[in-house]
Design a protein. Structure first.
Lengths: 282, 204
């Protein structure tokens, strides 16, 4: 079955750092402990090569008998682990099989192989997968968020119709919903919470059953855009239940102060955790 | 770990691409408003803004403080300044016939090489500004060098392409496609450039 999907964005592996040190050495093999660090990748791939000295070309036929990688193809190790704090990976090279003797001086090197993270869309679902090796694809996850990349902290960068935002999980709560609205859009100019309109309510975060509410904090500017293009602004005066509408009114067209749009009715509800919560009534 | 939105910025209209640069700031294509903006790391405000329409993709050079901007609908790639000193001055643009190029990127650690995913032409175009030449790649080996004759596959609507410092190129194609390995053409005397470590995207 062929699944139709469309690529949205892609990341390339680029921030894996590692330290490679030998641990156990026997006349047959040598164990390498590769500790890998990355903010953006939990798995990565590398090639293991060796030679006797500078007079030789690098050889790719290392006999690797044990590893913590998920897959091993010749000298390519796929699916080694990395994390912010570092992950330990085992690579056991049977150097005696290559004709080398215990105590002999050798050179080895590892090369991080390309791995591509693809952000794609299939129907209405956004999916993330990683492509590596010749034909391997790992499915990372899916989300309702339109993720296009990962930032330096390993968080997802996402696009909305009118916003750009960062989430820490693919299953992050919806910041906004798209149910029918009598309002065009709005912003909080200096606040950190940007809820969306659903019907006659504004919604964000946890709310009591049957009630949709969101949080505003002192000093937030609340800017409301109406269908007719006019917009109004309110300053959230304190944290609990007071709003002073409006402190300023602008008109996007016509500049007609004699024809102000009707104000919605605000019904304060109990604050939560010291932060004011309010419901916008119909 | 919380399970929520960390930061958000609502002053955009149908944004279609964004990257984070080394400073932690974000550069966002505000497509609907016809501009590229740079937001601080907490998305609390605009640091830089440049009016430009039709942007589909961009890459940033930390070394030169330039943006490599792709205009898919205009079949054009431009390199513009993006620094405290100057914003938006065009310092280079593509001079070949492109067909809906979705992306152009700098080669890793070498911004003199520009890799263009020439989506509509089903090829990769690599521009070398040192000698002002383009190299075109439209097919690649799909097996390792010890299998003879080599099996060749054609690029199909490459979407994003990046070149590593070692010369390898990674390609993401735009849409999934089924591959029937029994009918893939083979060639014993390919004269086109081949690539190691390329990755075609198919999903079955």
């Amino acid at each position: 079955m062929t699944v139709s999907w469309k690529t949205i964005s892609g990341n390339l592996q680029g921030d894996v750092s590692y330290s490679l040190r030998k641990s156990t050495v026997t006349p047959q093999y040598i164990d390498f402990d590769l500790i890998a660090f990355s903010e953006m990748w939990s798995e990565f791939d590398l090639a293991f090569e060796y030679r006797r000295d500078d007079s030789e070309t690098w050889k790719t036929d290392a006999y690797i008998s044990q590893t913590t990688a998920n897959y091993l193809t010749k000298n390519h190790l796929y699916g080694l682990t990395a994390s912010k704090s570092g992950e330990s990976n085992l690579i056991r090279w049977e150097y005696a099989n290559s004709g080398y003797l215990f105590g002999q001086s050798l050179q080895i090197r590892v090369i991080v192989l390309p791995r591509i993270r693809v952000f794609s869309r299939a129907n209405s679902v956004h999916a993330i997968s990683e492509i590596y090796g010749n034909s391997k694809i790992d499915f990372v996850g899916q989300s309702n968020h339109n993720c296009i990349g990962i930032n330096q902290s390993g968080q997802y960068m996402c696009l909305g119709g009118g916003d750009f935002y960062i989430i820490d999980s693919l299953s992050a709560d919806e910041l906004k919903s798209s149910s029918s609205s009598s309002y065009e859009e709005y912003y909080i100019l200096s606040g950190s919470l940007i809820p969306d309109v659903t019907g006659n309510y504004y919604e964000y975060g946890v709310s009591a059953s049957g009630s949709k509410s969101y949080k505003l904090e002192t000093g937030d500017w609340y800017l409301w855009f109406a269908d007719d293009g006019m917009y109004q602004a309110w300053l959230i005066h304190d944290e609990v239940d007071v709003i002073h509408p409006p402190v300023a009114i602008w008109y996007s067209s016509g500049n007609n102060p004699d024809n102000p749009i009707a104000l919605p009715t605000f019904t304060p509800v109990s604050p939560a955790s010291g932060i004011g919560t309010l419901t916008l009534g119909s | 770990m919380s399970n929520s939105v960390i930061y958000s910025y609502f002053g955009v209209n149908n944004p279609n691409y964004a990257i984070q640069i080394y400073s932690g700031n974000y550069i966002v294509s505000d497509y609907g408003n016809g501009r590229i903006i740079e937001l601080d790391s907490m998305l609390s405000g605009i640091i830089r803004s440049h009016s430009v329409s039709g942007v589909s993709f961009f890459d940033y050079s930390e070394e030169n403080e330039t943006l490599l901007v792709s205009y898919e609908d205009n079949d054009l790639i431009q390199e513009i300044t993006w620094s405290d000193i100057d914003i938006g001055t065009v310092i280079w643009q593509s001079t070949i016939s492109l067909n809906s190029p979705h992306s152009a990127t700098y080669k890793q650690e070498d911004s003199s090489k520009i890799v263009i995913a020439d989506t509509g032409n089903n090829r990769i175009s690599i521009y070398d500004r040192n000698n002002n030449e383009y190299i075109f790649i439209s097919r690649y080996n799909i097996n390792s060098g010890d299998v003879y004759p080599p099996q060749i596959s054609m690029l199909y609507r490459p979407y994003i392409a990046r070149q590593y410092s070692n010369g390898n190129i990674c390609i993401v194609e735009k849409e999934g496609r089924p591959i029937n390995f029994s009918i893939i053409e083979s060639s014993s005397s390919s004269s086109s450039s081949s690539m190691d470590s390329s990755s075609s995207s198919s999903s079955t």
